[in-house]
Write a protein that binds this ligand. Structure first.
Ligand SMILES: [Zn+2]
Ligand SMILES: [Zn+2]
Length: 265
């Protein structure tokens, strides 16, 4: 499989279930071309400060494994930053201090509250929750530029506690604004196949958003499983590679020292 899994967690992440070595060995078994570790750094959350990584150790460990496995698989040094709109300075410093190949910019929390924990949603309507999420992401892309792709762009659908999802059409304008800013800045988006694990009715981001990104001129797209255990690596990659081609993406993207390189699908 000539695939690039650009969203993988290891036991460096609090919720990671496998060591880097286990994730690498499984990726070699699957015949992947390249993988990129993107463990969590989520700074500034009231309820939980455990989603932090010792970046010195992390960086060193990847360098070591990169060399050790050089003849078998290519390993890149990435990170997943959990941004909040007022934390740009904090993350900018971290981005520059280490020689990352790739940085995912994700929203996991708003107003210091972890979306996963749910308290943020109390007393808010579904529309309000979606709007707040996209507004937060828009503020982030306006102020923070040290990243490669936006992670799971419509994550709010997964966490907002409602039985049905609101249509993307309702948020067309703000989603367009986010995408236009990212495109203008030379940034990309990822297709995140954890949508299968969470049994979402659509891809993440949705087919609507993927097509909108294409229409607006977006070209940088990475493929990531958001795997936290070995069984999730490269989940449904056969399908997403063919789907991307179907909607007109002839290339996916890999990153080296934060620079995109296009790989023909
Ligand atoms: Zn994430
Ligand atoms: Zn992740």
């Amino acid at each position: 499989m000539n695939y690039y899994d650009y969203h993988m967690h290891s036991s460096f992440s609090t919720d990671g279930k496998a060591s880097m070595v286990e994730m690498i060995e499984k990726s070699i078994d699957l015949g992947l071309k390249e993988i990129c570790f993107t463990d969590h750094v989520d700074y500034g959350i009231f309820t939980d400060d455990s989603f932090m990584v010792d970046l010195d150790d992390y960086s060193k460990k990847i360098d070591e494994l990169k060399t050790r496995y050089k003849s078998k698989i290519s390993i890149q040094k990435g990170i997943e930053f959990g941004l909040q709109s007022d934390l740009s300075d904090y993350y900018r410093d971290r981005a520059h201090k280490y020689d990352f190949d790739f940085i995912i910019c994700s929203i996991h929390a708003i107003d210091r509250m972890d979306l996963y924990m749910g308290s943020y949603f109390e007393g808010k309507s579904q529309v309000e929750i979606y709007e707040n999420y996209y507004n937060e992401l828009l503020q982030v892309v306006k102020t923070y530029k040290d990243y490669s792709v936006l992670g799971h762009l419509d994550l709010i659908k997964r966490y907002a506690p409602f039985d049905t999802y609101l249509e993307d059409e309702m948020f067309h304008d703000i989603i367009s604004e986010i995408l236009k800013q990212a495109i203008y800045d030379g940034k990309g988006i990822e297709i995140n196949t954890s949508s299968y694990k969470y049994k979402l009715p659509d891809l993440t981001p949705s087919r609507y958003i993927l097509k909108l990104y294409k229409e607006l001129g977006g070209e940088i797209i990475t493929t990531g499983s958001d795997s936290h255990r070995t069984s999730e690596i490269a989940c449904e990659f056969d399908y997403i590679y063919s789907y991307l081609k179907e909607i007109g993406f002839n290339y996916i993207t890999r990153f080296e020292q934060m620079k995109p390189e296009f790989i023909k699908i």
